[in-house]
Write a protein that binds this ligand. Sequence first.
Ligand code: G4P
Ligand code: NA
Ligand code: NA
Length: 194
Amino acid sequence: MKLLKEKIMQEGKVLSEDVLKVDAFLNHQIDPVLMKAIGEEFATRFKEAGITKILTIESSGIAPSMFAGLTLGVPVVFARKRKSLTLSGNLYTSKVHSFTKNETNEISVSKDFINSDDVVLVIDDFLANGQAALGLLEILEQANAKNAGVGIVIEKGFQTGGSLIREKGIRVESLANIKSLADGKVEFFEEDPT
Ligand code: G4P
Ligand code: NA
Ligand code: NA
């Protein structure tokens, strides 16, 4: 997605060989115009998939998911990382290990909001080692819901998450796929024409 890649080039900061900071438009300050375009792009790519619901994870997956949900006309559910006062019992849960942070967190979704009639698009901001996406996919299995695929804003294609998920036969659509962050420079895979 050209607009997104331009934004990454203009406002992204390469923190190391494997971390890209995008606090200026996605992870802290959020650019609503860009998020709307991102949501519409996900909706276009998955418009024939019969999606009934979007599943994402707090916090940075919510903004792009909202616009995809708005365009597709479906609700957005976000998995919680912390136990909430009102969210208890009646939960799907899965463990998500972050290699970056070296911690494991339990994520949860209420059984009230996903069931076996749903066709669900999973959306997240980053795809790195794939653990968050795999945790969301596990929740869909618990719900016996159908998965229509995974939509990612920024994939770091030099890490293992993308192949881990695609190897399972799952459709992964990333709007920007980074080939390398070496030498302080962002280099994209160029297969994506949009
Ligand atoms: P994984 O799910 O692909 O295995 O990712 P990992 O554990 O490595 O990621 C932990 C957190 O760091 C996630 O956000 C993920 O989105 C984010 N992340 C991973 N790589 C990058 C990167 O290069 N740049 C940025 N900006 N973020 C990255 P989170 O902690 O769940 O935070 P949030 O959703 O509340 O923002
Ligand atoms: Na994040
Ligand atoms: Na995230």
